[in-house]
Design a protein around this ligand. Structure first.
Ligand SMILES: NC(=O)c1ccc[n+]([C@@H]2O[C@H](COP(=O)([O-])OP(=O)(O)OC[C@H]3O[C@@H](n4cnc5c(N)ncnc54)[C@H](OP(=O)(O)O)[C@@H]3O)[C@@H](O)[C@H]2O)c1
Length: 170
């Protein structure tokens, strides 16, 4: 199984200053629970923003001399990262950022996307090239959760999209 996972504001924003634009602990907990025990494919900028990176993490970078934390392996393309992640035998999640979603989606069986129904300021957008409107909605759960920066309750829709015929990995 190859999946991607991410969260997006209602205006398409996913990142601000190399972190999330919002502070919603339950959303972060959902992410951590969903990817627990999986092999992860991570963009270099997202990797650098993470305090803790679990083992079997494949960091996509064009740099050849990047020194990474233990358990992390540099890969030169998203496809190489997905192949290496699949070879671990674990479930595979591409966890972003935008550049990784844009390259990984053709190979994904599922996209776990949390739609945060509030606009946020940010500098990174969910790629508009990903045709999720053509994917089947496998499941959806909703919850009103407190966003700690604004102090507001925000509707979060936890969607799992399924793609019928993902591309085989080259
Ligand atoms: N809302 C969410 O769910 C979510 C999830 C993840 C991240 N984010 C946010 O998204 C932002 C980061 O996203 P981003 O798109 O700017 O960065 P990113 O995807 O995390 O990392 C980009 C870097 O990955 C490498 N890379 C990307 N595509 C590549 C390719 N096709 N081949 C080889 N290397 C490639 C390059 O590294 P080198 O420069 O080293 O070559 C590039 O600079 C942050 O704000 C982060 O917090 C949000």
């Amino acid at each position: 199984m190859i999946a991607a996972i991410g969260a997006m504001a209602s205006n398409g924003i996913i990142g601000l200053d190399n972190w999330l634009p919002w502070d919603i602990p339950e959303e972060l907990a959902y992410f951590e629970k969903t990817v627990a025990g999986a092999a992860l494919v991570i963009g270099r900028l997202t990797y650098e923003s993470m305090d803790v990176v679990p083992p079997d993490a494949f960091i996509v970078t064009r740099q050849t001399d990047l020194v990474l934390r233990p358990g992390c392996t540099a890969v030169p393309t998203v496809e190489a990262g997905l192949r290496a992640a699949v070879a671990t035998g674990k479930p595979v999640f591409a966890i972003g950022g935008a550049a990784i979603y844009a390259a990984a989606w053709p190979y994904c069986d599922y996209f776990y996307l949390t739609r945060i129904e509030m606009p946020f300021a940010g500098d990174t957008r969910f790629p508009e090239t990903i045709p999720l409107e053509r994917w089947r909605i496998e499941s959806e759960q909703q919850a009103w959760l407190r966003e700690r920066k604004t102090g507001q309750e925000v509707l979060c829709r936890f969607l799992v999209y399924a793609q019928e015929n993902p591309l085989p990995l080259p």
